[in-house]
Design a protein around this ligand. Sequence first.
Ligand SMILES: Cc1cc2nc3c(=O)[nH]c(=O)nc-3n(C[C@H](O)[C@H](O)[C@H](O)COP(=O)(O)OP(=O)(O)OC[C@H]3O[C@@H](n4cnc5c(N)ncnc54)[C@H](O)[C@@H]3O)c2cc1C
Length: 489
Amino acid sequence: MYDIVIIGAGITGSSIARELSKYHVKIAVIDKASELPAGASRANSSMIHGGFDDKPGTVKAKFCVPGNKLWHKLKDILDVHLDECGSYVCAFNDDETKHLEELLQQGKANGSAGVEIISGDALREKEPNVSPEIVAALWSPEAGIINNFEAVNAMIESARINGADLFLETVATGLLIDDAGNVRGVSTNKGDFTAKIVINAGGVHSGEIASWAGDNSFKIIPTKGEYFLLDRATKGFIHSFLFSCPSKAGKGITVLQTAEGNLMSGPTATEQKDPEDRSTTPEGLAEVLKGAKRLVPNFPVNMNITTFAGVRANTESGDFEISALKSPRGFVNVAGIKSPGFTSAPAIAEYTADLLKEEFSDIVTFSPNEKFIPERCNIPRFLYMDMAGRKALAEKDSSYAQIVCRCETVTEGQVLEAIHRGARTVSAVKMMTRAGTGRCQGGFCCPRVAEILSRELGIPLDEITRHGGESKLLIGKTKEFLLKGAVSE
Ligand SMILES: Cc1cc2nc3c(=O)[nH]c(=O)nc-3n(C[C@H](O)[C@H](O)[C@H](O)COP(=O)(O)OP(=O)(O)OC[C@H]3O[C@@H](n4cnc5c(N)ncnc54)[C@H](O)[C@@H]3O)c2cc1C
């Protein structure tokens, strides 16, 4: 029995859970995934936007700049990597330069600090690899690039430190409503969760979840974005985030250096029916490459280590859908959170907590949690330590002297720490430690991580999965196959 159930532990649900854990309320966060992040929060451009792109008066514009400001504070409190590198929107001609003027005015209206238009030459002084054809750029100094894997795990971990419960592999299947028309909880594949308030933070599934409450006022149009991710050896090729001039189709193809130093380019914007289709396509990647080379002509695509795609929860209105329904009472949509949703999440969380206090104080008591602990510490990042720090850590705990992931210099100690924090799959360890995100994409460390998971959790090796469900890494032992005659000698 809970006061509040949050469906979805992406950056929206996790941030709301943390904000609500500042009160004495019983919170359950449920997510169908086996590890976090899973939805759009896992596969996106990881930009903490400056706030010039959204039309003043929209819900997105209301939350983007405040969200940006909160991330600049939260990065230290939650020990999350945020590269405060700024961003540029690049113009190639007079028409695009005029558009930069509009974005500048929009940014000023939205409260985006320090935005200004600079010349193409001034941009090239900072970013020598950009196209010689760029004539002007909109500089946004407050923009940054976040490690999105860390950010989601930090938010949910902080919520859990402060009393929220997280249930993974738990699929919400329907809404429980009593005869008086009040929310009574959520049904799931693991049984019913009773609660007076249910928050729909289901991302690309949020339209379907809203329809359980009889709310068909908005529809989600899943919109895929494909990317190239390059080796970290490209670090410094560019230093920040380069946008093309936005069009009706969206913000266009960008080139950026991730918070960890990988060069990256994308995303496309392709509408599709299937909310779960995260495949990349030759056409999509060709579009990305064309856009990347327009901004950065010698974009070193030969250094590519993987491609991936994320799916946006676009709405027909193009805006976020945040409201408490009148009926059934207790149902709250924080839905259709597309870009700049990652940026906006902490501000959306503050707003949602206020909304709940205003609407539902008669059914749930929101007394402050005086013992709220704002901070959380990340797993020590061996890669970024100097030799003295590494030596000290390894002397204290010899598991930090064992390198598991060579590409990202992740130690056994970090993998053990991730398991102690709840990692149960190879992919969860990847999200928490970066083991498997490097050049060999887990070719070297995946078997080792699986062995450690098996040993620590007391689970047979052939039951360890990549990301839950049927995604087993091993299907049996070669010798057993030979004995069964399944494979000929
Ligand atoms: C290609 C792309 C680029 C983007 N770039 C940026 C950017 O640079 N900056 C920015 O600010 N924003 C960006 N965004 C937007 C940002 O990623 C999203 O706004 C944000 O991640 C949405 O978070 P969320 O928690 O609402 O949704 P999600 O992260 O999708 O989380 C929803 C969660 O709900 C769970 N769920 C769904 N249905 C159920 C169910 N029935 N039962 C249980 N669990 C369920 C899912 O497993 C998932 O974990 C981008 C998005 C995409 C796709």
